[in-house]
Ligand binder design. Structure first.
Ligand code: SAM
Length: 243
């Protein structure tokens, strides 16, 4: 049996997706509130930056993977307009349902599909832009997922990976303190789930850093890859072009 990481634990590959599902089933109802509290609102800025860089125009075909409660899909839909199409997708029904209900309350109607980024139900060359916000870290086979993202992009299409990354050394101590002391407590008080927020802190440390992810994206078929560090590397936006 092949093994992988779930945070700092080593688990069978077959177990990881189940454990990740457990995390997001548990946090879905309080996900948006926790995002605002944990990041002190910064996740909105990181996402706004990703939308700016995506540079989506009217008529664009966009696939948002691991879309959760739909922040990115909603922003993309505004840019793509009525002639474009934005798919809001996630492997987790609880997250997707929470997001779909929120978008409907805001008058945004998007095709919403439960799908695993590692096995995409779309034809080759379907999209101008594929995005994955804070989702790649949770996937068991990142290479498979990145290769799938490459497959469904049109030639010259762009992949945007917004993800936690490696912070600049001067921030390291404060960031570790915040991640391992404050986050789990916030999780306990607000989401009644300390373990899931401990997993968040651990999974960030296990995820490839900026240069490693760039190399992985090249390996998975992206001819040009660049990244932008945000908030001192707390988050990085990687942009890969299929060429
Ligand atoms: C931290 S949330 C991010 C949600 C949203 N993109 C955002 O930025 O707020 C991570 C999401 O990744 C999803 N996910 C994990 N593994 C996945 C996979 N293999 N395919 C698609 N989605 C996945 C989870 O269900 C969860 O909703």
């Amino acid at each position: 049996m092949t093994q992988t990481h779930f945070g700092y634990q080593t688990v069978d590959e077959s177990e990881k997706a189940q454990r990740v599902r457990g995390v997001f089933d548990s946090v879905a109802p309080r996900y948006d509130l926790m995002n605002d509290l944990m990041s002190m609102g910064l996740h909105r800025v990181w996402k706004a930056y990703a939308v700016l860089v995506a540079n989506i125009g009217p008529g664009a075909q966009v696939l948002d993977l691991a879309g959760g409660t739909g922040d990115l899909a909603k922003a993309f839909a505004r840019k793509a307009g009525p002639t474009g199409r934005v798919f809001h997708t996630d492997i987790n029904e609880s997250m997707l349902r929470t997001g779909r209900d929120r978008l409907l309350d805001e008058g945004v109607v998007l095709p919403t599909i439960v799908c695993d980024a590692e096995k995409l139900p779309f034809a080759d060359g379907s999209f101008d832009v594929v995005s994955v916000g804070f989702g790649l870290r949770n996937m068991t086979h990142k290479e498979l997922a990145l290769a799938e993202m490459n497959r469904v992009l049109k030639p010259r299409g762009r992949l945007l990976v917004l993800e936690f990354s490696r912070v600049a050394p001067p921030l390291q101590r404060a960031y570790d303190l915040y991640s391992f002391k404050v986050l789990p407590l916030l999780g306990r008080w607000v989401a009644r789930d300390e373990a899931s927020y401990r997993y968040l802190a651990e999974s960030i440390r296990m995820h490839p850093g900026q240069e490693e992810l760039k190399a992985l994206m090249h390996k998975c078929g992206f001819g040009h890859v660049d990244y932008h560090n945000l908030t001192g590397g707390v988050v990085a936006l990687h942009v890969g072009i299929k060429c």
